[in-house]
Design a protein around this ligand. Structure first.
Ligand code: HEC
Ligand code: HEC
Ligand code: HEC
Length: 421
């Protein structure tokens, strides 16, 4: 299996996808009203607290997917009247300091001293000192590039408090000193030549993928009698046939709950009213049952989204949210995952995948974390990584994003559990 092989078709726009749905080419519908659901309360631990082994910094001063609180964007550049004098070596240290929001080398190559594994989301700045850029331009590009390019993906280092005025001046002094092309002692340090990672492990081989254990655990949980005296199997005698395609049609909009439910939230809410079990989202039991249910649909092409008006609205909301800037680093999902932005490039040593190809293997084993992540946990990580507070896993915003993201993955056969770095 290869993660980075381009998928055969390009992503359909929402409008094109809606047309497909109307033409009846996509088999999907909203969650039927007769499916028993506990619609009360949260589907996860309440109040939501971040996982204990994650960075614990609170980013409430910055936008999340549900709040708009970041400092306002300046409406014009600051006028710099005298030439910027700063400390070149202090500026270089800041530009290379990966603990400062990834800093500049996350996206730029910067001359012969560039540290290992720089990224290439931004242009090579090795010759920026020859470039005839004014001090006002350089100062403001670092302080808040939005004054020149409203669509920039560069974090507003000054406005969002990552670097102060003195630090920005030192960085500008360093930029002005850059007049020599980069040299890479290790050719793999050059992001232009670094080969994209390939995932070649067999995700369905239990000897290679520890998450295959969850398929077994999920099978037993399906037969486990809950507090109501019933198991899932009491009402669903042959899940292999009944749910052969179901997992590939999730998430679904629930007109009753007026939000999109993924497999995981469905399991919690359906379980509470049927077996009586509390299968809270992000519990091991929830994850195992969700892996099992998606596994049953392996090979089935992803087909989500119906013509329920609420579902259409959620789809549009999902697309909008994926273009919404959040966090101290001020990134939208699409800044990293759209091919016309950061996707298929390197951010530091990390390859940015594009949205198509990202949902067919969830829940997935993460080797670097030695645990299974469902898609909502992945969304949460991509929030915290840009220094935005994550939302609880059952947040309607994540439901909308999961729905939209799956329309971008339509037609790809499910292969669960996945395995990734
Ligand atoms: C997330 C990626 C990213 C990071 C991190 C980043 N940049 Fe950029 N930068 C870009 C991109 C992309 C451009 C191209 C223009 C644009 O999109 O605004 C750019 C453009 C620039 C330019 C303008 C170049 C020109 O030729 O006009 C300067 C100067 C610059 N960056 C400096 C920095 C400095 C200094 C830092 C660290 C403090 C930094 N960048 C961090 C992505 C990034
Ligand atoms: C008391 C009976 C009962 C129990 C117990 C039960 N279900 Fe259901 N389930 C239903 C009914 C009724 C429906 C709606 C009709 C149908 O699809 O069969 C349903 C529907 C479903 C669906 C399809 C939903 C859709 O989108 O149409 C799935 C998947 C499902 N159940 C899984 C489970 C799992 C997993 C468990 C154990 C946690 C479980 N069920 C326990 C009665 C039950
Ligand atoms: C700063 C860049 C960045 C931003 C912004 C970002 N991500 Fe990610 N994302 C990554 C990286 C790095 C990975 C791991 C490498 C990869 O698979 O792309 C990743 C992985 C993922 C994956 C799993 C990919 C896979 O194949 O297993 C999903 C799904 C995802 N991101 C969704 C999102 C969503 C939704 C948002 C917005 C809420 C978002 N990302 C924002 C950098 C980002």
């Amino acid at each position: 299996m290869t993660v980075t092989t381009p998928h055969p078709t390009t992503s359909p726009s929402v409008a094109a996808y809606a047309a497909l749905l109307l033409a009846g080419d996509v088999a999907a519908a909203a969650l039927p009203a007769q499916v028993p659901l506990d619609t009360t309360g949260s589907a996860t631990s309440e109040p939501w607290t971040r996982y204990g082994d994650w960075p614990d910094k609170d980013y409430r001063a910055f936008n999340t997917l549900s709040s708009r609180v970041s400092p306002p964007q300046p409406d014009r550049p600051v006028e710099i009247t005298a030439p910027v004098v700063g400390d070149v070596s202090a500026g270089k240290e800041l530009a290379f300091d990966r603990s400062r929001g990834g800093s500049c080398v996350a996206c730029h190559v910067m001359g012969p001293d560039t540290p290992e594994l720089p990224g290439n989301v931004g242009p090579d700045l090795s010759l920026i000192g020859n470039g005839g850029r004014s001090d006002t331009y350089l100062y403001n590009y670092v302080r808040d590039a939005r004054v020149y390019n409203p669509a920039t993906v560069m974090p507003p280092w000054g406005t969002n408090g990552l670097f102060d005025d003195g630090e920005i001046r030192n960085i500008v002094a360093f930029l002005k000193s850059l007049t020599t092309p980069a040299r890479f002692s290790n050719p793999l340090d050059n992001p232009a030549n670094r080969p994209p990672p390939k995932e070649e492990r067999d995700n369905l081989d239990p000897l290679e993928n520890p998450a295959m254990q969850a398929v077994e655990d999920g099978t037993s949980l399906f037969a486990r009698v809950g507090s109501s005296g019933k198991s899932c199997a009491s009402c669903h005698a042959s899940p292999e046939t009944a749910f052969r395609t179901w997992g590939a049609q999730m998430p679904k909009y629930s007109p009753t709950m007026k939000k999109v439910l993924g497999v995981e939230e469905f399991v919690t809410r359906h379980g509470r009213t049927t077996t009586g079990d509390d299968l809270a989202m992000q519990s091991d039991d929830n994850t195992a049952l969700s892996v099992y249910l998606r596994y049953l649909a392996n090979g089935t092409p992803i087909a989500v989204g119906g013509d329920d008006p609420g579902e259409r609205q959620a789809l549009a909301q999902g697309e909008k949210l994926m273009r919404t800037k959040i966090g101290q680093l001020n990134f939208a999902c699409m800044d990293c995952h759209a091919p016309d932005k950061g996707a298929n490039k390197w951010i530091r040593g990390q390859w940015l995948g594009e949205s198509r190809g990202q949902t067919d293997h969830f829940p997935t084993w993460r080797t670097s974390r030695a645990e299974i992540w469902d898609i909502r946990k992945r969304f949460q990580w991509c929030n915290v990584a840009v220094r935005a507070n994550e939302l609880p896993p059952d947040a309607p915003e994540y439901g909308a994003i999961e729905l939209y993201l799956n329309t971008l993955n339509a037609g790809l056969p499910l292969s669960v559990p996945g395995i990734r770095h």
